[in-house]
Ligand binder design. Structure first.
Ligand SMILES: *[C@@H]1O[C@H](CO)[C@@H](O)[C@H](O)[C@H]1NC(C)=O
Ligand SMILES: *[C@@H]1O[C@H](CO)[C@@H](O)[C@H](O)[C@H]1NC(C)=O
Length: 464
């Protein structure tokens, strides 16, 4: 049943193309006008079949079959007992009292056997009726599916000719304008461990030590830890107006941060907010330094955790900060998320945007020196406001979007090696709370760390 269903779904939508050269400000262009003049595919019929199939499925359950087995087994036992009792009676048959007692027992056993047999017969009949009805239903469904397939087939043929005509028109149109051919699509850059295929978990899920007070923040594990801090986990909660933080909290291990016991706080700035405080939730720790958006300044700050000193580098001119280009979805903007820091196998990245790139995401590699510096930059076509967050793995940017309260989806990727952009990823992340304030990848653990409405969650990233 599965494959015809799928093939019909896939071909259910058709579009009509009309190609023609048009004059525009930048010269002549080939344009495809889309007209959906399609008689709709009878989706309701297909849906009906789906409903019928699942009803059919529900009406015959393994439980019913088990019931038959139990009845049959019961009957078998009783018959064995009856045989034993008969043997006893034969041995004892002296025409006296013992024989009469045994006879009475056999009578009772026989009655029980008869009852069991009657039950079995009723059950068999009802199962027969059920299987007859089901087989009728299945036949009806098959007929209906065949009709639908024929309908689809005709449409395919019609549209096939039309597509050929459009292709010819388009080719003629393009020749007329002498368009230079597109270069071939470059090969996709990839991780040595394969491609990111799924995200499993949450593996851990807990409220931070702060309780529900701070819904903005970030946490994770330094992928390039200094000696003695290999298991340390860090947590930054935006403790002032969901915008600012002035210290980093560290825990000795994953279990202590999850349980919320024992911690050390390292203060960046004595008051909150002031120069050098953290602004925005999407911070990362790399090589014993914290990278974050500097307070009220279009700059990247780097805080040396040991020396407790801050160095910084300015973002390119006009880059968004101070809540100008936050992440978000239809129902919410994640305030002050202008800068998103990310770690991967190669180090630290910063994700941001500017009016010059129309609010679309810009990626820059961050040189992890003191002071930090910006290396190469890539411009994407993904509008920042439509993504809820991003992270990097093996030089590929992944962006997530809000699907519903329980689900976030990695839907977009940008490969900084090849420049390839994809909008067709469908990798789902199961959430426990609605919003995602930060998300970051640790290449050492191959894990994602999510801060979600005051909760901290971790996930395993699966490559294949
Ligand atoms: C039929 O039921 C089984 C077991 O309950 C389930 O695994 C399967 O997905 C169902 N199939 C359909 C088409 O509903
Ligand atoms: C932090 O500062 C100390 C002292 O200046 C230095 O030895 C260390 O390398 C620095 N660490 C980082 C990660 O910059």
């Amino acid at each position: 049943m599965k494959s015809p269903l799928l093939s019909i779904w896939a071909t259910a939508v058709f579009l009509t193309f009309v190609s023609q050269p048009v004059q525009s400000a930048g010269g002549k262009q080939c344009v495809c006008e889309l007209k959906n003049a399609q008689r709709p595919f009878p989706m309701d019929k297909l849906d009906n079949i789906g409903t019928m199939a699942s009803q059919c499925n529900r009406s015959i359950t393994p439980n019913q079959m088990e019931e038959m087995d139990v009845l049959t087994l019961g009957l078998q036992r009783r018959l064995e007992q009856l045989k034993d009792s008969m043997a006893v009676l034969e041995k004892e048959d002296d025409g006296e009292l013992y024989g009469a007692v045994s006879l009475r027992i056999i009578e009772l056993e026989l009655a029980e056997v008869m009852e069991l047999m009657a039950k079995l017969k009723r059950k068999t009949q009802s199962n027969q009726q059920l299987s007859q009805a089901t087989s009728n239903q299945v036949q009806n469904m098959m007929k209906e599916m065949k009709n639908l397939e024929e309908f689809d087939h005709m449409q395919v043929m019609k549209k096939h000719w039309e597509n050929q005509r459009i292709k010819r028109d388009l080719a003629v149109c393009q020749q007329g304008l002498q368009v230079t051919p597109q270069p071939p699509t470059p090969a996709r850059g990839h991780c040595p461990q394969g491609q990111l295929v799924s995200v499993s978990g949450p593996r851990t899920y807990s409220l931070t030590q702060y309780g529900t007070s701070y819904s903005y923040g970030a946490w994770g594990k330094d992928p390039n830890p200094p000696p003695g801090k290999e298991n340390m986990h860090w947590l930054v909660a935006l403790t002032s107006s969901n915008v600012f933080a002035n210290y980093v909290r560290q825990y000795s291990s994953l279990s202590t941060i999850v349980v919320g016991v024992g911690h050390t706080d390292t203060v960046i700035a004595p008051s909150n907010p002031t120069t050098n405080t953290i602004q925005g939730p999407n911070v990362v720790m790399y090589g014993d330094a914290l990278y974050y958006g500097c307070y009220n300044t279009p700059s990247i700050c780097r805080f040396n955790m040991t020396a407790r000193t801050v160095t910084n580098v300015a973002l390119p001119q006009n880059s968004g900060f101070n809540n100008k280009f936050p992440f978000g979805h239809l129902e919410a903007a994640y305030i002050y998320s202008d800068l998103d820091f990310a770690t991967d196998e190669s180090g630290v990245w910063v994700i941001y945007t500017s009016p010059e790139n129309f609010g679309n995401i810009i990626i820059s590699k961050v040189l992890t020196d003191s002071p930090p510096a910006l290396e190469k930059t890539w411009k994407t076509s993904l509008h920042k406001r439509t993504a809820t967050n991003t992270f990097m793995a093996c030089g590929v940017l992944y962006a997530t979007r809000y699907v519903d309260k329980e689900t976030e989806e990695i839907f977009y990727s940008f490969d900084t090696v090849t420049g390839e952009e994809r909008y067709d990823l469908k990798i789902q992340i199961k959430k426990m709370l609605t919003n995602v304030q930060s998300l970051n990848y640790n290449p050492q653990e191959r894990m994602l760390y999510m801060y979600s409405d005051a909760y901290i969650l971790s996930y395993d990233v699966i490559f294949r």
